[in-house]
Write a protein that binds this ligand. Structure first.
Ligand SMILES: C[S@@+](CC[C@H](N)C(=O)[O-])C[C@H]1O[C@@H](n2cnc3c(N)ncnc32)[C@H](O)[C@@H]1O
Length: 387
C-alpha cells in the first residue's frame, strides 16, 4: 500500500479493488475535522440557482450582505449567469468566460445549463490555471459513452470565443465523467421539503474518499456563511476511527434502501458495493427494506446502556446476523427530523481535546444533544455555523 499525506489525520493510500483512498494516520476522535477542502470548480445545479446565487462565491443573493451586482464585463447580457454579491465577488471570471456565458441561449433547461456551466468553467480553468486543470483531470473517472457529451460539446464549442488547446469531444466526455464520479452538492438551506442542491463542486482532496453505506465520516458545507472559504467542504469523523482504518463517506443519503443504493453506485460510480451493510441487506426481502421500521424495533428493544455498549463494539462485532450494529447507526447518527434523513456528527472537540456532546446534522443543520434535546429552536431552523 503506497501512501502520501493529504492532511495530518488522513493520508492517501492505494487499496486493492478500491483505487485511491484516505486512511486514518492516527486514532481519530468523534467530531474531529479530517479535511477542509476548497473547490477547483463550482457551478450552479439549476437555472434557478444560477439566477439567485452569487456567480463567484455561491452565497444567496437574497442575504442582506449580498446585494446583487451585474458583471461589469461582457456577460451582463446573461443575468442568469452574471450576478455577483457586492461584498467581494466582482473580481471574478475571465473575459473569455464572460463572453461565453453571454452567448449561452437564455432558455437552456437545467439539465443542459448545469453541465454546460461546468464545462465552461473547466475549460476556463485550463487557461487560467493549467496546474488546477491538471488536478481536475487527475480525479477518478474515464470517458464512457455519455449520451449528452456530443450535444454539450457542440453547445460549448458554439459559445467559447477561443477554445483552449486540447479542446475535443473526447476531453469533454472525460470532464463529464470526472464530474459524475466526484461532484459534491452544496445544499440549499433545509426548509422541511425535498433536499435541494444549490451548486456542485469538484474538491481535489475530498474526491479521494471512497463510499461506504455506513460511513465513519460525513461532510458539511456552510456556503452562506461569511469569510473567504464559505464554499469549502468540511469532513468530520462521526465516531471513533482507529489508526489505519479507511475513512469513507456515503455518496448519498444513508437512509436509502439496498436496491436504490446499489443502482446508484453501479450507474454513477461503476462499482458494486460490498460493504458490511450491503452484505447483510442483500438477503433482505423488499418488505424488509424499510429502515424506519427497523429503527423503531431497535429503539423499542434496547435500553440506552445496551446501546452505548453496542456502539463501543460496533465495528468489531455484531449480534450474529450483523443487523444490530447497522440499525443502531440509524438511531444514533441519522437525523430524525421530518424529510431530513441527514447524517449527524458531533461538533469538533475543543482545542483542549474535550469531546462535544452536540451532534450536528449535515442536511438541516439541527444541533441536538445525544439525549435528543433540540439546541437550535427546532422546526425551520437552517442550522448553526461552525465559527
Ligand atoms: C470519488 S472517487 C473515490 C476515489 C477513487 N477510489 C480514486 O481512486 O480516486 C469514486 C470512485 O472510487 C471507487 N470507489 C468508491 N467507493 C468504493 C467502494 N466502496 N468499493 C469499490 N470502489 C469504490 C469507484 O471507482 C468510484 O467511482
Amino acid at each position: 500500500m503506497s501512501s502520501t499525506s493529504v492532511e495530518p489525520l488522513v493520508k492517501l493510500a492505494e487499496l486493492p479493488d478500491r483505487g485511491r483512498a484516505l486512511v486514518a494516520t492516527c486514532p481519530i476522535k468523534p467530531g474531529e475535522i479530517l479535511l477542509s477542502d476548497a473547490p477547483l470548480i463550482l457551478y450552479p445545479a439549476t437555472a434557478s440557482a444560477a439566477a439567485t446565487v452569487c456567480s463567484r462565491c455561491f452565497r444567496s443573493l437574497s442575504s442582506p450582505s449580498s446585494a446583487p451586482i451585474r458583471c461589469p464585463s461582457h456577460c451582463s447580457a446573461s443575468p442568469a449567469a452574471s450576478s455577483f454579491c457586492s461584498a467581494r465577488c466582482l473580481a471574478s471570471h475571465s473575459p473569455n468566460l464572460c463572453l461565453a456565458l453571454s452567448r449561452l441561449p437564455a432558455s437552456l433547461p437545467s439539465e443542459l445549463l448545469s453541465p454546460a456551466l461546468f464545462l465552461l468553467g473547466a475549460y476556463d480553468l485550463a487557461v487560467a490555471s493549467p496546474s488546477d486543470f491538471l488536478r481536475l483531470l487527475s480525479v477518478h473517472g474515464t470517458a464512457a459513452a455519455d449520451v449528452d457529451a456530443p450535444a454539450l460539446h457542440s453547445l460549448v464549442s458554439s459559445v467559447l470565443p477561443s477554445p483552449p488547446s486540447g479542446f475535443s469531444l473526447e476531453l469533454t466526455a472525460t470532464l463529464l465523467a470526472k464530474d459524475k464520479a466526484n461532484a459534491f452538492g452544496l445544499m440549499e438551506p433545509f426548509d422541511g421539503g425535498d433536499r435541494r442542491v444549490r451548486a456542485y463542486g469538484i474538491y481535489p482532496n475530498a474526491s479521494f474518499f471512497n463510499h461506504d453505506c455506513l460511513p465513519n465520516a460525513c461532510r458539511f458545507d456552510y456556503v452562506d456563511q461569511g469569510g473567504e472559504r464559505n464554499s469549502d467542504i468540511v469532513v468530520r469523523a462521526i465516531h471513533d476511527i482507529p489508526e489505519g482504518r479507511e475513512v469513507c463517506l456515503s455518496y448519498f443519503p444513508v437512509n436509502w434502501g439496498y436496491a436504490e443504493r446499489q443502482m446508484r453506485l453501479l450507474e454513477d460510480y461503476g462499482f458494486r458495493c460490498e460493504c458490511d451493510r450491503c452484505v447483510v441487506e442483500k438477503d433482505w426481502s423488499d418488505d424488509d427494506d424499510d429502515d424506519d421500521e427497523r429503527e423503531e424495533e431497535v429503539e423499542e428493544g434496547m435500553e440506552e446502556d445496551e446501546g452505548d455498549e453496542a456502539m463501543d463494539n460496533m465495528e468489531e462485532a455484531d449480534d450474529g446476523d450483523g443487523k444490530f450494529p447497522h440499525a443502531y447507526f440509524f438511531v444514533r447518527y441519522v437525523c430524525d427530523r421530518e424529510n431530513c434523513g441527514g447524517t449527524l456528527a458531533p461538533l469538533p472537540p475543543s482545542p483542549e481535546g474535550m469531546l462535544s456532546n452536540l451532534m450536528e446534522c449535515n442536511v438541516c443543520g439541527w444541533l441536538k444533544t445525544e439525549d435528543n434535546t433540540d439546541q437550535d429552536g427546532g422546526e425551520g431552523s437552517s442550522g448553526l455555523m461552525l465559527d
